[in-house]
Ligand binder design. Structure first.
Ligand SMILES: NC(=O)c1ccc[n+]([C@@H]2O[C@H](COP(=O)([O-])OP(=O)(O)OC[C@H]3O[C@@H](n4cnc5c(N)ncnc54)[C@H](O)[C@@H]3O)[C@@H](O)[C@H]2O)c1
Length: 263
């Protein structure tokens, strides 16, 4: 296609997308039913996973707890996969032990990949399904004393985005994707978190936002939602001003600092 025509098409698409986004501000989004869906949630024993399982149950979905070998044989084709299981070690980078770094990558990103590879083939055959990646605000913004955790969550966000693009390139428009990125939640996952940015989230408000994101097929769910604006500001603010802002936010939590690991 002629470059001029391509550029024109791009501009028309851009205008149309802005117009559509504006109209959607006033028109309620269509919500899909979750009744009868077969939902597999990893890490469903506690926190976000447990609360998400309860919400799916209220909507008459069929639920499966994490156990990959059993699961595939016994219950059939999973239509909604929620990779939520996560682990964290809060320590400065040199105090974090090798096995702790490995564990964070195993659970927080490789686990997402292995589970998705197990259930995506059937979704691809049916061109139907929904893959939900529970990442974190730490997948967009970095924090000291969470170097390995942030890295694993950046990988989870990257996985979600790249998979979304690939499904689009393959024409699998029936397979939806959602990525959840909350700030601190009151589950005990991070010990004693606090920040001047706002209160620590309750699990219920996070799961409410997640369920809304799933039924309306949102690709990225930030909790709180103003993280999108913060991302934009991070790109345009000078480094010195950003550093000052971060100090003002006073993000704090329990962490091991200055105990260099030899393992
Ligand atoms: N709590 C927070 O502040 C916070 C903030 C942002 C993102 N997140 C993310 O949300 C997700 C859930 O966190 P949470 O706060 O509910 O934590 P949680 O510790 O309350 O619950 C996590 C659950 O996952 C399980 N789990 C851990 N490793 C597993 C594995 N390999 N296989 C199966 N289950 C496993 C745990 O046993 C636990 O039941 C995690 O991915 C976490 O990174 C948490």
């Amino acid at each position: 296609m002629n470059v001029f025509v391509e550029l024109l098409l791009f501009l028309v698409t851009l205008l149309y997308s802005y117009l559509e986004a504006f109209v959607k501000l006033f028109v309620p989004a269509r919500r899909k039913s979750l009744s009868g869906e077969l939902v597999l949630i990893t890490g469903a024993g506690h926190g976000v996973g447990r609360a998400t399982a309860l919400e799916f149950a209220k909507r008459q979905s069929r639920l499966v707890l994490w156990d990959i070998n059993k699961v595939k044989k016994d219950i059939g084709d999973v239509t909604i996969l929620v990779t939520n299981a996560g682990v964290i070690t809060t320590a400065d980078f040199l105090s974090t032990q090798d096995h702790q770094i490995e564990r964070m990558f195993e659970v927080n990103i490789l686990g997402h990949m292995w589970t998705t590879r197990a259930f995506l083939p059937v979704m691809m055959n049916n061109n139907y399904g929904h893959i939900v990646t529970v990442a974190s605000a730490a997948g967009h913004f970095v924090t000291p004393y969470m170097v390995a955790y942030c890295s694993s969550k950046f990988a989870a966000v990257g996985f979600h985005k790249a998979l979304t693009e690939e499904l689009c390139a393959l024409g699998k428009d029936g397979i939806k994707t959602t990525c959840l990125c909350p700030v601190f939640i009151n589950t005990g996952f991070v010990k004693n978190p606090s920040t001047r940015l706002g209160k620590i989230l309750e699990v219920e408000e996070v799961v409410e936002a997640l369920m809304e994101g799933i039924v309306t097929n949102q690709k990225m769910v930030f909790v709180p939602s103003n993280q999108g604006v913060a991302l934009l500001l991070e790109r345009v603010f000078p480094e010195r001003a950003l550093n000052l802002l971060k100090k003002m936010f006073e993000v704090k939590f329990d962490a091991v600092v200055g105990q260099r690991s030899t393992q």
